[in-house]
Design a protein around this ligand. Structure first.
Ligand code: F3S
Length: 399
């Protein structure tokens, strides 16, 4: 990889330890993937924030970098292992909270915005079309590449941090136009009625278009919440973190429709639900907000739970960014949801919080949430917001 004189100086340690270490990571990555140069990034999104995943070794690594490392571009964080304010309400232990706070403090010393969300594009980290980024979290990466038309690989935590300290990332993979050409045409012939259908669609396309870039036709309407749900699912279940959706995503008119064609019909959606849903009726955790809830989704939840009461056998979590929660506070949605017995899980989510062994069966709107909750040894049920609220109230999955 060719380096400018300034990049060479960074590699030689002229800007300190964190920048040198970062350049070593970026040069190694660039060499592995055949990049010719580094490219400037507009923003960075760092995953690997939960102490549950980092452990003491990860915390030590962050503390070393935080000694002299300062980010050069807007850098936001993925969800942490707990709600940074109300962790006790969510049953997080003192020991875990202490370590998680140390992780957050290290990121803060680096100048990173403690946003702790997988929807940074909803709270101020909004890239422009064509902008190069170094983002980590798979649903956010897919949203940035596809819905916003920005350009990012799916970074690991360390390579995203390295890009933040240098302000650049190796130019390979999805940074290059030749690697952004769709290779499979997906005709959607299924009706999409509820938000979980978008997760089921992502499952079906991800499985059939494994490791491919899909060009999707047949969808007449899609709002941001439906697209973020689809982004989370399609990449979790196998596709590349980039798709084109005719008439819905900005670059869909700039590429040719591929010859290889598959169709997704109602039976594919049913098959997705059959695979995602386990045989279980008692539900002890209902969690919505994967990816993190928008303020619109929070308002819909408030409407659905108003005047109801969450079952004593069930916890009902609304996962969202703290910023969205602050808006919900102002609009009175928080009060309605909490009066019904719901809990906000800000800054965190069901995949990165230490939940293994705490719950037996999850109900959610999210196909991705089901994937990760199974790794936490939970049985899973996926359905609409209404079905999830019903499960929270009755403690049972009824459909
Ligand atoms: Fe976000 Fe966690 Fe889902 S990071 S996409 S809420 S698994």
């Amino acid at each position: 990889m060719e380096l400018t004189s300034q990049e060479q100086a960074m590699l030689e340690g002229k800007e300190g330890y964190a920048v040198r270490k970062s350049m070593e990571i970026l040069v190694a990555l660039g060499d592995i993937y055949g990049a010719n140069s580094l490219v400037k990034v507009g923003s960075v999104q760092v995953a690997g924030v939960s102490y549950h995943n980092l452990g003491d070794a990860g915390l030590e690594f962050l503390n070393e970098l935080a000694k002299d490392g300062k980010v050069k571009v807007l850098t936001t964080l993925n969800p942490a292992g707990m709600d940074l304010e109300n962790w006790r309400t969510l049953g997080i232990s003192e020991e875990f909270a202490e370590k998680q706070n140390q992780v957050i403090e290290a990121f803060e010393r680096m100048g990173i915005l403690v946003s702790c969300t997988c929807t940074p594009y909803l709270i101020g980290n909004l890239p422009r079309y064509g902008e190069h980024l170094a983002w980590s979290e798979s649903s956010a990466v897919t949203f940035a590449n596809s819905v916003l038309g920005a350009k990012t690989n799916r970074e690991g935590g360390p390579s995203a941090l390295a890009a933040a300290f240098v302000g650049k990332t190796p130019c390979y993979g999805l940074h290059l136009d030749e690697n952004r050409i769709p290779d499979i045409h997906v005709k959607v012939e299924a009706a999409l009625v509820k938000v979980s259908d978008w997760g089921a669609l992502g499952y079906a396309i991800g499985r059939k278009a494994e490791n491919k870039i899909a060009y999707i036709t047949g969808i007449k309407e899609a709002d941001v919440d439906q697209l973020k749900s689809f982004c989370a699912s399609v990449v979790t279940y196998g596709a590349k973190p980039l798709f084109y959706m005719q008439g819905m995503t900005p670059a869909s008119e700039t590429v040719n429709v591929p010859n290889e064609t598959i169709a997704i019909d109602q039976s594919d959606l049913k098959n997705a639900y059959d695979n995602i849903n386990d045989q279980v009726s008692d539900i002890d955790l209902v969690c919505v907000g994967c990816p993190h809830c928008s303020i619109k989704e929070i308002s819909e939840i408030a409407d659905l739970v108003k005047g109801k009461r969450v079952s004593e056998k069930t916890e009902f979590w609304v996962a969202t960014s703290r910023t969205a929660k602050q808006l919900a506070d102002k609009r009175g949605y928080t009060q309605v949801i909490e009066a019904a017995g719901g809990k906000f899980a800000c800054d965190t989510c069901m995949a990165v919080a230490p939940l293994k062994g705490r719950f037996k069966a999850l109900a959610t709107t999210s196909a991705k949430g089901c994937f990760y909750s199974r790794q936490n040894l939970m049985k899973t049920k996926m359905g609409s917001l209404r079905e999830c609220v019903d499960a929270a109230v009755s403690g049972k999955w009824s459909s």
